[in-house]
Design a protein around this ligand. Structure first.
Ligand SMILES: C[S@@+](CC[C@H](N)C(=O)[O-])C[C@H]1O[C@@H](n2cnc3c(N)ncnc32)[C@H](O)[C@@H]1O
Length: 206
């Protein structure tokens, strides 16, 4: 059971956004992409028992951690974690069927992965979400070409030093990728530590 300090800090604020954004009475199906340690999915699953959660990860060590959390908490509404590379087309997303999900959650991946992962995330979410389904992304973003405050400018610089394909993405760029995939930015919320939650709704078929 790996533990990430950031996940511990942000799990409750993100849960609060989920509570306000999803139906907490009806049975729902959710996929978390890049579940990391497994702290988020187990926290959300305990608080929102009406949702069946499918955790996923690209990193094999993290997959083992998610499984350790799952075993520890014995949560009946968390499925065994699957290996999922967000940059791949959704037919390679571990058998998740098109239009089968109410919710996709992705926390702190977009800026710590190549753009192909963001493209794949929105392309895949556009395919696997039901009409009116929701994609929640969380992290630090640029707004209209500006990164604020200085701590996020420094963070962006340090990410790009570590990997030239990483870095904070602009919300307008993300929004244009989302729209190409039938997802529309419904809400943008300021979160603690200069992060944001973005909520994208999949358009209904007319
Ligand atoms: C900063 S961690 C965030 C983990 C977790 N969501 C959290 O907030 O604690 C970034 C995550 O992105 C994942 N990641 C990197 N490349 C990926 C890819 N191609 N597909 C899916 N996840 C990827 C990493 O394995 C890592 O778990």
């Amino acid at each position: 059971m790996l533990s990430a300090a950031a996940a511990e800090r942000n799990k409750e604020p993100i849960l609060s956004v989920l509570r306000d954004s999803v139906n907490t009475a009806r049975p729902l199906q959710a996929l978390e992409i890049s579940s990391g340690t497994g702290q988020h999915v187990t926290h959300f699953a305990q608080a929102l028992p009406n949702i069946i959660w499918q955790p996923s990860e690209y990193d094999r060590q993290s997959l083992a951690s998610i499984e350790a959390y799952r075993a520890h908490y014995r949560l009946r509404n968390v499925m065994p974690a699957i290996h999922l590379d967000a940059s791949l087309p959704h037919p390679h997303w571990g058998g998740i069927q098109p239009e089968s999900l109410d919710l996709v959650v992705n926390i702190n991946m977009i800026h710590i992965s190549p753009m192909a992962c963001t493209e794949g995330l929105f392309n895949g979410a556009g395919a696997v979400l039901k009409p009116q389904g929701l994609l929640l992304t969380y992290g630090p973003y640029a707004v209209n070409g500006q990164i604020t405050p200085q701590s996020n400018v420094d963070f962006d610089y340090s990410l790009r030093q570590r990997n030239s394909e990483w870095g904070l993405r602009d919300i307008s760029l993300i929004n244009s990728i989302a729209q190409r995939n039938g997802l529309f930015l419904e809400k943008m919320m300021d979160m603690p530590a200069n992060n944001k939650c973005l909520l994208f709704r999949k358009e209904s078929l007319v």
